[in-house]
Design a protein around this ligand. Structure first.
Ligand code: F6R
Length: 241
């Protein structure tokens, strides 16, 4: 299902409403969280919703998609910091229930398998929020990623590092490596909600929704999933047939 909305705020409200409904039905729902700019309106709309009509979210659990490798613990742009600042604190989630893969180089060999086990132990992800990169990446699964891949270390493309340089003082500071849920991990979530806004995402959205299913367009993995909602503004929808 593709839903075209007026702007990012409208998208945020729509998706926040479905997340709220999920938590009302299942207080210990497992959310798949994304970072980057795109999902911020979802989190802000949810925070407003919880302020207007309080909801017990103490049992909600969450698994983030990815993390940079090698940023110092507590770096403001580590995805652990971003998830704490943008999601856990404003939504009043229980910090111990919210997981982010560890990008600590010392623990990397075991970190992917540990993360997979934790997701399985939680019963899997009910609703996975996704953004998409201009390279077509979901999570940080850059082109060439296997559709069966699980959480592991990947190398960011020069395009993705340039796109994410806006969060850092200089382009050189953007880490080269990341740890990311695989496309296989993402495909196991029961409902995928992919949000994209702006014309910079139009080609990636067209490839994901209508292009051939190919590892050179990781976003096309959504076509293998039985329950996907794609929410886009007019600009991001502009290359759809
Ligand atoms: C973030 C993530 C990435 C982003 C993508 C789009 O956790 O996994 O796939 O969703 O890079 O980023 P923005 O939203 O900043 O354009």
């Amino acid at each position: 299902e593709v839903i075209v909305v007026e702007n990012a705020d409208a998208a945020g409200e729509l998706i926040a409403a479905s997340i709220r409904a999920l938590i009302e039905a299942r207080p210990d729902a497992v959310l798949g969280l994304a970072t980057g700019s795109t999902p911020l309106p979802i989190y802000r709309s949810l925070a407003r919703s919880f302020a207007d009509r309080p909801l017990d979210v103490s049992q909600v659990r969450g698994f983030s998609l990815d993390e940079y490798v090698g940023l110092a613990a507590g770096h403001p742009e580590s995805y652990r910091s971003v998830i704490t600042r943008e999601v856990v604190t404003p939504l009043g989630l229980t910090p111990g229930n919210i997981h982010v893969p560890s990008g600590d180089p010392a623990g990397l060999p075991a970190a992917g398998a540990d993360y997979e086990r934790a997701i399985v132990r939680a019963g899997g992800v009910d609703l996975q929020i996704l953004g998409i990169g201009r390279t077509g990446h979901l999570g940080f699964n850059e082109p060439g990623s296997s559709f069966e891949s699980l959480t592991r270390v990947k190398t960011l493309t020069p395009q993705t590092r340039a796109d994410n340089a806006r969060f850092f003082a200089s382009a050189d500071e953007v880490p080269v490596h990341c740890i990311t849920q695989g496309l296989g991990t993402i495909r196991r979530a029961r409902h995928l909600v992919l949000l994209a806004v702006g014309e910079g995402k139009a080609a990636a959205i067209a490839a994901a929704v209508e292009g051939p299913v190919t590892a050179s367009q990781p976003g096309s993995a959504i076509q293998l999933h039985p329950h996907v909602t794609v929410v886009v503004d007019e600009a991001a929808a502009s290359m759809l047939a």
